[in-house]
Design a protein around this ligand. Sequence first.
Ligand code: DHB
Length: 310
Amino acid sequence: TLETTIAGRHFDRCLMNAAGVRCQSSRDLDALVQSRAGAYVTKSATPAPRPGNPSPRMATMPHGSFNSMGLPNNGLAYYLDYVIADEQKRPGKTNFLSLAGTSLDDNLAMLHEINDSAYQGFVELNLSCPNVPGHPQTGYDFEATRQTLEAVFDFYQKPLGVKLPPYFDMAHFDAIAGILNQFPLSFVTTINSVGNGLLVNFETETVAIKPKGGFGGIGGASIKPTALANVRALAQRLNPDIAVIGVGGIMSGRDAFEHILCGASMLQIGTQFGYEGPAIFARIAKELGDIMLLKGYTSIEDFRGKLKTL
Ligand code: DHB
């Protein structure tokens, strides 16, 4: 079985989409509900709808994806209405509402609205959007991260986790975990895209996308080692009641298995879900199930976090 539990909530399968990919419209979200994913997360919301950055704002790479979308989304009310209606239709199913206000005040205003609403599911508070011009991501400013969580948990009563950027230094793993451990987080989701890469078109001698002079976030296969390191480093450092959700470079059951070995309780798929569509969840579930059968594991708890060192 691919069941998993996060903050006391049960999920039939430990697979879902990553925020941003194919989850902006109610049609996208309906397709996720119909799929074999164990949950869905909605496109990161801001208080008001946003058109996002000018196009082209996404490009494919041989081993991944590249984007600077700039937070196009239908606004908080749209997603909050969707998840509340879904909870009424399917009582007991937990899903994830992603928030990415471009200021602390925007995030707090949205969280007040959610706190006062009928919504019972998870909030994934995104501290790591690299693509909005002029807005540095909170996750790379440890003091701002601490102040954000102070202000949030001062009033917010429902289960909440944070979406983190990738870290690349052991001292940074220690620093972020030390802060996160001071708060009653339900989960952390790691990693967001590897921010501000540059993709060059050799033929045309131009950048590949229009926003930010061509700079954008890297996703997909190329970022799997960075993702696994962040999953492992956080799983080793966080209080055991903070679940780690792994995201980055999952294209197969093997990739999913590796994320779980590093400590992930849930897996999110972004780039490859974009390329393959909702059928990917049945494929990866089958591949992961076959690997577990072959290795004699009956639940993901049998091997979660049990990566061996040499
Ligand atoms: C966008 C990208 C991100 O990585 C993120 O966390 C939120 C939004 C975007 O460009 O839309």
